[in-house]
Design a protein around this ligand. Structure first.
Ligand SMILES: O=C(CO)[C@@H](O)[C@H](O)COP(=O)(O)O
Ligand SMILES: [Fe+2]
Length: 254
């Protein structure tokens, strides 16, 4: 089975149904629960990654945001399925939110499902077949999501609303941590929130890039309910203190 997952470029319907349910802990955090804080491990100390993840979860984070960059779709290179698997082996049971900045994306989806990903999100530009890639993620037992760059319109959502569990809006151009939040994303969040409400589905609205304790309240008020924050958490000495301030700001935004 592992060989199939690792080498197959496209999965037949039979193979997909055989692999269904293998995604890890997709339901560990209810998709209907309140605000979720998802530290991006891109800003963690990679030399101590397991401990960093353990610490940030013990400090009150809900989800581990796992940025995968291929030096092709984005101009940076990070971590792959082996690291995801290693975190599971280290004892991480929280949901792992795999943000794929990889093109083409289909080849790597099975490897991440096998490695313990809970949510797998990808950029519509990174696949020739958005609907098929979403189905592939779901068939492997993971929650699926689409990621929209700051200048990418939400148009394609109209056709796949029934297949997304997460809509992720980038509030920076992807590739690096530590960039400033692009304010135009607030309007786009309101637009996405209206689409979600209209669909009547339980879809998370995730925001990624430049989220800080200072702007998280405003971002929540615009409709986001899942907040990726890398440098704003990992570049502080006390993760719990930072996450507590974020929660306090979110409570005010409710
Ligand atoms: O996907 C990305 C960048 O491409 C992000 O997840 C960043 O890693 C977020 O970092 P901060 O902007 O919060 O520092
Ligand atoms: Fe990300």
């Amino acid at each position: 089975m592992f060989t199939l997952l690792s080498t197959s470029l496209a999965f037949s319907p039979a193979a997909r149904s055989a692999m269904a349910g293998r995604g890890h802990a997709a339901s560990a955090v209810s998709m209907a629960s309140d605000f979720l804080i998802a530290p991006s491990i891109l800003s963690a100390d990679f030399a101590r990654l397991g401990d960093e993840v353990t610490n940030v979860l013990a400090s009150g984070a809900d989800v581990v945001h796992f940025d995968v960059m291929d030096n092709h779709y984005v101009p940076n290179l990070t971590i792959g399925p082996m690291v995801c698997k290693a975190l599971r082996k280290h004892g991480v049971t929280a949901p792992i939110d795999v943000h794929l900045m990889v093109s083409p994306v289909d080849r790597i989806i099975g490897d991440f499902a096998e490695a313990g990903a809970s949510y797998i999100t990808f950029h519509p530009e990174a696949t020739g077949h958005i609907d098929r890639s979403l189905q592939l993620v779901k068939s492997l037992g993971c929650k699926s999501g689409l990621v929209f760059n700051p200048a990418t319109p939400l148009d394609c959502l109209e056709y796949v609303m029934d297949k997304v569990d997460i809509i992720l809006l980038m509030s920076v151009n992807p590739g690096f941590g530590g960039q400033a939040f692009i304010p135009a994303t607030l309007d786009k969040l309101r637009q996405a929130r209206a689409l979600i409400d209209k669909s009547g589905r339980d879809i998370r609205l995730e925001i990624d890039g430049g989220v800080t304790p200072k702007n998280i309240g405003e971002i929540a008020a615009a409709g986001a309910d899942m907040f990726v924050a890398g440098s704003a958490i990992f570049n502080t000495p006390d993760y719990k203190a930072t996450i507590d301030v974020m929660r306090a700001e979110l409570a005010k935004a409710k």
